[in-house]
Design a protein around this ligand. Structure first.
Ligand SMILES: C[S@@+](CC[C@H](N)C(=O)[O-])C[C@H]1O[C@@H](n2cnc3c(N)ncnc32)[C@H](O)[C@@H]1O
Length: 469
């Protein structure tokens, strides 16, 4: 006789043991039909909870937390009123020291799963200010507001400005305040929403593709205190945007520059086909590693400046480039690593896919009178296929979350450089790439993680590889 397996709505008591490398709190559950991995969102290792099944996939159960029976000693009170619903910070209820230990354990686990030996894995460098650390936030306008369970039936949900709720990309949770973003941004978001509602402006609807207001990106500079606001709209609509922008700038004089981007595309990303600068230069200036960087609204720039300083310092230390050496910086962005590197190396070449980032990198080199850094625009794998990788003494790579393309990895494997430094924002793809590099003779010497994103499951890490003798 086949035993009945757990079903939707069944209640269980679960003891949480860990958080898996995908950031999911889990424990195990003995059931008459077998042993299951039990994933309970919102729970923590050390908690004992009562939870109800929402999904079953083979021997994995996803459960909803119903009651906390015993709290983990590492539980703490989340600071944000939106915690639990907002998709941003998932670990605000976990003591900061425990978050750091967890991130280190994930790196170790991913390398273990990829069967790559790491000679040394250092502790995660903590963020001295784990709140208010983000210099950039990207908010969405939406005609589909997320409605809280305690709101009355039929409440108006046709306008929202905020962030997506966890795993609900079609809705937007109106944000009142966000404790990880820079302080001035809280009031700007509230005013941007209030004024839009007062003036009767419509928010973008992801399904019908109508509505005027689409995104609001806020960015600040730690060095100058400037604040940049980028407003993405579905059309230029100057007759409606002019009064809106005037009222917002009047209410929020902290905004030093405001850019409108017009995007008629269906894809929901900030930025657009053309730009209208309403106030200021449309850019701000930030200082990193003792250099000036010009940052435009859509440019990639590390979002935690203080910890980015640390990350750059570690990467430079690990590369230990000398004036006699040539260094290749793949995925160089606007030069956050290449330019500080150019101050100790003989020559730096940055390769980057985004044309605007390459222009920014060249502009930043000029701004700092750096003449020994060059930048080329192209795909890393293609450039490696055609370029002369053998001419470089040291290599730096800082790929997007997906990691380095296999073709690029093969080319890096064949390089004659003595050292390779891999800056990663995703330990899973870094471990997979490290396994590939190992087949080409690169040994993973050291991992030096840095916490750029407190309260989230993200961790940056500098991996140093050396040629096996
Ligand atoms: C994680 S960011 C790092 C940027 C830079 N190192 C920094 O810290 O500011 C990754 C960069 O890789 C670029 N990129 C993405 N795919 C690429 C590819 N196939 N070839 C070259 N660059 C790419 C992105 O545009 C982005 O600037």
């Amino acid at each position: 006789m086949q035993l009945r397996k757990p079903r939707y709505g069944d209640l269980f008591e679960v003891e949480l043991e860990t958080i898996d490398p995908r950031g999911r709190p889990c424990g195990s559950l003995e059931h008459e039909s077998g042993r299951f991995k039990a994933l309970v969102e919102g729970a923590l290792p050390g908690d004992r909870v009562r939870a109800s099944v929402i999904r079953r996939r083979r021997s994995e159960l996803e459960l909803r937390l119903v009651e906390l029976l015993r709290a983990s000693p590492e539980r703490t009170r989340p600071r944000c009123a939106h915690f639990g619903v907002c998709g941003g910070c998932r670990f605000q209820h976990l003591e900061y020291a425990a978050q750091l230990a967890l991130k280190r354990a994930w790196i170790a686990r991913h390398f273990e799963l990829a069967r790559v030996a790491l000679d040394e894995l250092q502790d995660v460098a903590p963020c001295a200010q784990p709140w208010r650390y983000r210099n950039k936030m990207d908010f969405s306008f939406s005609a589909r507001r997320w409605v809280a369970p305690d709101e009355p039936l039929g409440v108006d949900a046709s306008f929202a400005l905020g962030l997506h709720p966890r795993e609900q990309h079609s809705k937007v949770l109106s944000i009142e305040a966000c404790p990880i973003q820079f302080e001035a941004a809280d009031a700007i978001v509230r005013d941007a929403r209030r004024i839009a509602l007062d003036q009767g402006l419509s928010a973008w609807d992801d399904r019908t593709h109508v509505g005027l207001l689409r995104h609001l990106v806020l960015r600040t500079s730690r060095a100058t205190g400037e604040v940049l606001a980028q407003l993405t709209t579905s059309s230029a609509a100057p007759e409606r945007i002019d009064p809106y922008v005037r009222a917002l700038l009047e209410a929020q004089p902290a905004i030093t520059t405001l850019v409108q981007c017009v995007s008629e595309r269906a894809a929901s990303v900030a930025g657009g086909e053309h730009e209208i600068v309403w106030r200021g230069s449309g850019k701000l200036r930030e200082r990193l590693a003792g250099l000036w960087f010009e940052v435009s609204a859509s440019a990639f720039f590390q979002t935690n400046t203080e910890q980015a300083e640390r990350l750059v310092a570690i990467a430079l230390e690990e590369l230990s480039a000398t004036r006699e050496e040539r260094v290749l910086d793949l995925y160089c962005g606007a030069g956050a690593f290449s330019l500080p590197l150019a101050q100790c190396a003989g020559e730096v070449l940055g390769v980057e896919l985004s044309e605007s980032a390459v222009r920014d990198a060249q502009r930043n080199a000029e701004l700092n009178a750096i003449t020994n850094a060059r930048f080329v625009c192209g795909d890393a794998a293609q450039w490696l296929g055609a370029g002369d990788v053998g001419a470089f003494d040291a290599l730096l790579v800082d790929p997007p979350r997906a990691g380095v393309h296999p073709k690029a990895l093969a080319a890096l494997g064949a390089a004659r450089a003595r050292r390779l430094v891999y800056v990663s924002c995703n330990p899973q793809s870094a471990a997979r790439d490290a396994a590939q590099l190992a087949t080409h003779g690169w040994r993973a010497l050291r991992a030096r993680p840095v916490d750029l994103f407190p309260h989230t499951p993200h961790v940056e890490c500098v991996f140093t590889f050396e040629r096996r003798p």
